[in-house]
Design a protein around this ligand. Structure first.
Ligand code: SF4
Length: 360
């Protein structure tokens, strides 16, 4: 081979080598899409720094755990929408969502994204290991009942995504190996009955309460207030399955003005619920954007009443809260449930979080 040819070949090889080893300009990894539905919902992987949030982080009296951010059930009164918005904004600020993706992830009104872009916490179990060490360091080896762990405080842990990703099941499997915990789970989904075996194992070593969330037994009403949640009969059947299997399960009710409490208590009794906890709706500012337009469209006669009741605040007026608490006690007694017991008695300060508490 002639010298010129050799030089040309070596220059070509070194160009190829440069191309192979070249370092592209740094760009943080984009968020991987794990799955997509035909109607456009995307499931997006997100690696969290922690998954078990302490009371100091959230400002409430219990530890909280939410495997997903966003929820396809799409309840109009859901207070977790702005936590989703915060996650999307952080991903955009950190360069993990482009400007175009950011707008797409927010949706035209800002609230849709919560239902259509569901973040799935990646490497959740290894992150949980570190968090559990932090938990036991903080509460001590003998876990005091005042350090409850509540799963599903901000998004439903058994939402449709769980069928595929099984994050909640993984968490429960891990918690079943611990002793002396005080665990609460809140869900609207019958999928929880899939995990009856793990729930029973948890109960052998820890204190457990499963709260099936249901606000009405009226099928026509539920579709107005909850876009894609499971039907009341399906939730009550799941409650019955858990109760029949010996799981400590009851109903949690967010009282909207339009609901029939008596029918709910009756249904809970028939399904074998061990308790019914009920409290008034909190109308946070992020909830108003979604809830009030629905009210105007479906229940215009109630709009003035709601606006008056929640004017300048997220909670109901004190007189109404007192009257409602008395009514709930009366119904608890009448239907044979523990009286005067609510979420606050079990987990401390109110469950529906204020802005700073929405750490996911
Ligand atoms: S099920 Fe819970 S988390 Fe999901 S939209 Fe309804 S209230 Fe929000």
């Amino acid at each position: 081979m002639a010298a010129g040819e050799r030089e040309a070949k070596s220059a070509k090889r070194s160009r190829q080598l440069q191309l192979l080893t070249a370092v592209p300009p740094y760009r943080p990894t984009a968020l991987p899409i794990l799955d997509e539905r035909l109607r456009g919902t995307k499931f997006v992987a997100l690696e969290p720094k922690s998954v078990l949030n302490s009371p100091q982080q959230t400002g409430v009296d219990f530890w909280s755990l939410n495997p997903y951010i966003g929820c396809e059930f799409g309840c109009t009164y859901c207070y977790a929408r702005y936590a989703h918005r915060y996650t999307v904004e952080r991903a955009h600020d950190g360069g993990r969502l482009s400007d175009a993706e950011f707008h797409e992830f927010r949706g035209p009104h800002g609230w849709e994204a919560f239902e259509k872009r569901v973040f799935v916490k990646d490497r959740l179990l290894s992150v949980l290991e570190g968090d559990l060490r932090r938990y036991f360091r903080s509460v001590g080896p003998t876990v005091h009942p005042s350090a409850p762990i509540v799963i599903g405080t901000a998004t439903d842990p058994y939402q449709p995504a769980e069928r595929r990703f099984r994050l909640t099941r993984g968490i429960l499997e891990r918690l079943a190996r611990c002793e002396g915990l005080n665990i609460g789970i809140i869900t609207k989904s019958p999928l929880i009955a899939r995990d009856t075996d793990v729930l029973r194992r948890i109960q052998q070593r820890s204190d457990l309460a499963v709260h099936i969330s249901l606000n009405t037994v009226d099928v026509s009403l539920i579709r107005h207030v909850e876009a894609r949640s499971p039907m009341p009969a399906v939730r009550l059947r799941a409650l019955k399955r858990l109760a029949d299997a010996g799981v400590h399960v009851g109903l949690i009710v967010t009282v909207l003005y339009v609901l029939d409490l008596e029918a709910l208590f009756q249904a809970a009794r028939e399904a074998g619920a061990r308790f019914v906890h009920a409290g008034p709706l909190r109308l946070y500012s992020a909830v108003r954007d979604r809830f009030l337009p629905m009210l105007e469209a479906q229940f215009p006669h109630l709009v003035a009443r709601y606006r008056r009741a929640y004017e300048g605040r997220s909670g109901v007026p004190r007189d109404y809260a007192r009257a409602l608490a008395a009514r709930i006690k009366q119904l608890q007694a009448r239907f044979g449930f523990p009286v005067n017991e609510g979420m606050a008695d079990r987990y401390g300060r109110r469950l529906a979080p204020a802005q700073g508490e929405l750490r996911l």
